[in-house]
Design a protein around this ligand. Structure first.
Ligand code: B16
Ligand code: MG
Length: 217
């Protein structure tokens, strides 16, 4: 049976991908090349420094580590300015209702995000009180598809992996759930998230009752 739900943040609970995109695009422009929305798809669920490496490869640039750190910080300052203005209106459809549904049914709830800015986003949108455990990019050494973020979440909740289900919009996150020994629900398209136990377009299509079906199957 399912006893805990672990949620990715960007793309599952809030759409911060658009702010990441604006900040990365601005950085690319300063470096003298274009960065398209399609290029940005490759950054979803990927850590900040790995994202920068992808961006630099799009621009055909190779830079040393000190410069890369400075560029990542510059991007993060722009990104931080944008997420500082977020509020509850930016919670994705169905997310709040499903979090409440989980809690009312006695399920434990954790965050499993790659973002080092997760606390700012959760606090500004008012989502923080819904979580029993919060694991973000400040607390993990290895990025998804490594299972660390979810394994740590489950252990903090005191629930073993076979009773956990992960909600993810990124393929690497579904793979991380599989490696953690957890079930998964993909949020998005079956064409990219086919490895999940169930795929829904958004959390608006999800209920705790539906969860019990995946656990049985
Ligand atoms: P930060 P998630 C991820 O969040 C984003 O999808 C990804 O685009 C971003 O690069 C990563 O967080 C790191 O974010 O720069 O704020 O530390 O999907 O794991 O919630
Ligand atoms: Mg995500």
């Amino acid at each position: 049976s399912i006893k805990a739900c672990l949620f990715d943040l960007d793309g599952v609970l809030v759409d911060t991908a658009k702010y990441h995109y604006l900040a990365w695009k601005r950085l690319a422009a300063e470096l003298g090349f274009e960065f398209t929305e399609r290029d940005n798809e490759r950054l979803k669920g990927v850590s900040r420094m790995a994202s920068l490496d992808i961006l630099l490869s799009v621009g055909g640039l190779e830079l040393d580590d000190a410069v890369k750190l400075e560029l990542a910080e510059r991007k993060n300052n722009w990104y931080f300015d944008m997420i500082s203005k977020m509020d509850a209106s930016e919670i994705l459809p169905g997310a709040l209702e499903f979090l409440k549904d989980c809690r009312e049914n006695g399920l434990k709830v954790a965050l499993g995000s790659a973002s080092k800015n997760a606390m700012t986003i959760l606090n500004n949108t008012g989502l923080t009180p819904y979580f029993d455990a919060i694991i973000d990019g400040t607390r993990t050494a290895s990025a998804k598809p490594d299972p660390e973020v979810f394994t740590l979440g489950a252990s903090e909740l005191g629930i073993s992996p076979e009773h956990c289900v992960v909600f993810e919009d990124a393929e690497a996150g579904i793979e991380a759930a599989r490696r953690a020994g957890m079930r998964s629900v993909g949020i998005g398209s079956p064409s990219t998230l086919g490895a999940a136990d169930l795929v829904v377009a958004s959390l608006a299509d999800m209920t705790v009752a539906r969860l019990r079906d995946i656990a049985a199957g």
